[in-house]
Each structure stands twice: as structure tokens, then as C-alpha cells.
Design a protein around this ligand. Sequence first.
Ligand SMILES: [Zn+2]
Length: 183
Amino acid sequence: MKNILTFLTLTVVLLTAGCHASPTNAPATDTTMKFPVQKTDAEWHKQLNPEQYRVLREAGTERAFTGKYWDTHEPGVYRCAACGEILFKSSTKFDSGCGWPSFYDLADQKKVIIREDNSLGMERKEVLCAHCGGHLGHVFDDGPQPTGLRYCINSASLNFDKVDDTDKTVVGTNAPNGGNPKK
Ligand SMILES: [Zn+2]
């Protein structure tokens, strides 16, 4: 009897796990993906400017060399323009020559979701914000060491916050709480 119960419990656990499809297999417009930040289309339209909306919510791509951060070299952090999460650090930004901000690593591995993107007849890996599901860009395996990765990210998906060199605190105002670290 105990064995049967164990078996049933296991089956339930496995079935439940199977219900949560991996986000990496879902299409870009799949609304069943559950991110901590959930907003309606109308709310995103209100919060984001048209270019940010096109990139973040419709997986658009800004034209190369037109974004505000492709040539930024100052020390600081790059936040998701939609939800304020810190996604990248200036210490891992490098000049890729591609015309988009490029990073060889993430601020934290848990901050983004990578999924297959076979649109436009290409096999690419799409980078999404794990907090709000916003489209950030793509990751390629032709980056510099130590990771060998190149996160090619749209400026429109990012907000840059400078770091004060003297005390190393972030002094920008792009955080959801207005950049006040005490909150
Ligand atoms: Zn986000």
C-alpha cells in the first residue's frame, strides 16, 4: 500500500511539473508564460515609448548604431527599461562593432531567459527579461573570453544608471523605486 501511495505521489508530481511548459519552448507571443511582472498591453503602451514598446513587447530590433547605448563606456549598470531589474554591468560590456550594446556576461544568470528563435529563417537565441518577459535581444557564441558569448542587446530595452566612482553606489534614477537604495 505504501508503495502504491509513493507511486501515485510521484505521478502527481511529474504530471504537475509537466504542466509548466518550459518558457524556452514557447513562442514570443505566448501569453501563458508567467512572469513576476504582469501588465496589460494598454499599461505597457502607457509606460513605454513607441520604440521601447516595439522592441520590448513586439520583439523588434532597433537599427544598428542608432540606439543610445551602443557606444557608452561609463561605469554603471544597465536595467530592463520595462521593469527596472539590473541585467548587465558596464564591466562586461565590450566593443563588438555590431552597432548594439554588447556584453559577454549577465549581471546575474537568473535575470534572463534564453529561448530558441527561428524567425526570419535564422536559428538564434532570444534573450528575455526573466522579471517582465520583455524582449532584450539575442545571444551569440562569438563573444570574447571568459564566456565566449555576445549578448547583443537593444538600447531601447535598457536604461543606464551611472555608478559613482567614489563610493561605488548607483546614482541613476531608473530603478522602480526611483533609485533610492534605502527602500
Ligand atoms: Zn524586465
